[in-house]
Design a binder for this molecule. Structure first.
Ligand code: NAD
Length: 472
């Protein structure tokens, strides 16, 4: 049983001033594994003050000093890969391979930011003026529960590269992962206050960060609903805002695709991270003429998916993160049936033999139409909807028929055709015949999937302000 009651402020672990206690439950066993005392608004105020003090020196750091900080952070996270992996499995139910990848990704973020900064000109001549790319100021980094370490490290890496001190607000549902990460980053021995961790409620700690006049920018990853609240809250102090939000991504399989390669990849895109991924490709668009073949193949593939203990290397899908997530998925499976979709795999209830834990059956619906809830709303669990199209134009129209636009997947044996279609898709990223992102290229959403871009040079620039100095 872990007891967590500390925030990380000004380089020290301090007892939080908040009194609300929440339990952490291992989603595989439903056992209570921790008690967390949440930080409150006063803790957030202290963290913002510490970051504001640190910003004075942080703003004056050289490129070389920031690169040194990033390398120390990378080394610290790399050395703790196993602890980060294990906390993600215990608290969140991430399958071993996914948890391993996510922990390595967390250290890679710092290496990528160091490389980006090395190649970036912080000063340049434009016209007759000298332009300086200066840190925006203190930043608030607000993260969701579904990819805690990766999201935090990615944001923190860009912030440090730009010369910004930060206040990090992890989700109240990722206390173990946040604690291991704070302890890990502390070992990098950065100046006090350069980064601070405050784990508390969104309407309390999150709101203080979103409204404080001392915070210049918010980088938020989470739901579109919360992103809108943060954007509203931040406007009075004219905060710079980056939002990485909800998705409902389409995976288009063209008739010229190699189905042996495309369908397992498409299923992976839908079910990665136990289906709890913003970039999940949860709408599979296939040629109408090939529907029965696709259905047979997908059924066989889903039958082969191992659901169960996330520590087991054979497991592909572990439990959902919480009982609320379990209930949400059951609701959508019921809704799909009520609205007339055809259940071809999975369904309501727990998989046989997994009565304890928040396990759900990987579920696939065919004959889904775009007006059904399962085709329109982000489900955030392993539930895939198959829709059909008659021609390329209709495939694009269906893919774009959503208020979201985070990512899209295309499967085709024609490079030219896929590239051409990619230009028509309204999404921040289009992945062709792959599901793995490029971590140096910009990442973010169009429409209600977000505002701004993260990663690489686009991520770095979102923490910088251009200052023009022109003289006669
Ligand atoms: P959420 O929006 O409920 O919470 C995200 C964070 O915001 C948490 O730390 C929460 O405490 C905080 N928060 C809540 N209310 C707040 C407020 N009023 N002010 C400030 N902060 C507040 O999201 P979640 O349930 O933790 O995560 C799942 C969602 O995140 C999904 O919609 C998913 O698609 C999205 N997501 C997007 C990306 C991406 O990169 N686009 C990545 C991961 C998750």
């Amino acid at each position: 049983m872990r007891n967590i009651n500390q925030a990380y402020i000004d380089g020290r672990f301090v007892t939080v001033q908040g009194h609300e206690v929440v339990q952490r439950i291992n989603p595989s066993t439903e056992a209570i594994v921790g008690r967390v005392t949440l930080a409150n608004r006063d803790d957030a105020i202290d963290a913002i003050a510490a970051a504001t003090r640190a910003q004075v020196t942080m703003a004056r750091t050289t490129k070389a000093q920031r690169i040194d900080m990033l390398k120390r952070l990378q080394a610290a996270v790399l050395a703790s890969t196993e602890q980060l992996r294990d906390s993600a499995i215990e608290e969140y139910g991430a399958p071993l391979a996914r948890a391993q990848w996510a922990s390595q990704y967390a250290s890679q973020c710092f290496a990528n930011a160091a490389q980006t900064l090395t190649d970036y000109e912080l000063e340049r001549n434009i016209g007759g003026a000298r332009v300086f790319m200066e840190p925006v100021g203190v930043v608030g980094l607000i993260a969701p529960w579904n990819s805690a370490a990766g999201t935090i490290c990615s944001k923190l890496a860009s912030a440090i590269a730009a010369g910004c001190a930060s206040v990090i607000k992890p989700s109240e549902l990722s206390a173990f992962q946040a604690q291991v990460l704070a302890q890990t980053l502390h070992r990098a021995d950065l100046p006090n206050g350069v980064f601070n961790f405050v784990l508390g409620r969104g309407q309390d700690v999150g709101d203080e960060i979103s409204t404080s006049p001392h915070i210049a920018k918010i980088s938020f990853t989470g739901s579109t609903q919360t992103g809108k609240l943060i954007a509203h809250a931040g406007i009075d102090t004219m905060k710079r805002i980056s939002l990485s939000l909800t998705g409902k991504s389409a995976a288009i399989v063209l008739e010229d695709a190699d189905f042996d390669l495309a369908l397992p990849l498409a299923l992976n895109a839908a079910f990665m991270n136990n289906g709890q991924a913003c970039v999940a490709g949860t709408r599979l668009l296939v040629p109408r003429s090939r529907l029965s073949e696709v259905v047979e193949r997908i059924k066989a593939l889903v039958d082969g998916i191992v659901v169960g203990n996330p520590h087991d290397p054979a497991t592909v899908i572990g439990p959902l993160a919480s009982e609320a997530q379990y209930d949400r998925i059951q609701h959508f499976i019921r809704r799909g049936q009520e609205q007339g979709a055809t259940l071809i795999a999975g369904g309501e209830g727990k998989p046989a033999g997994l009565e304890t834990g928040y396990f759900v059956q990987p579920t696939v619906f065919a004959n889904v139409s775009q007006d059904m809830d399962i085709a329109r709303e982000e489900i955030f669990g392993p539930v895939l909807s198959i829709l059909t199209y008659d021609n390329e134009a209709q495939a694009i129209e269906l893919a774009n028929a959503t208020v979201y636009g985070l990512q899209a997947y295309l499967f085709s044996s024609s490079h030219e055709r896929a590239q051409r279609m990619a230009t028509e898709l309204k999404a921040g990223t289009v992945l062709i015949n792959r599901v793995v992102p490029d971590l140096l290229a910009p990442f973010g959403g169009v429409k209600q999937s977000g505002l701004g871009r993260e990663f690489g040079v686009f991520g770095l620039e979102s923490y910088l302000e251009a200052k023009t100095v022109a003289s006669s």
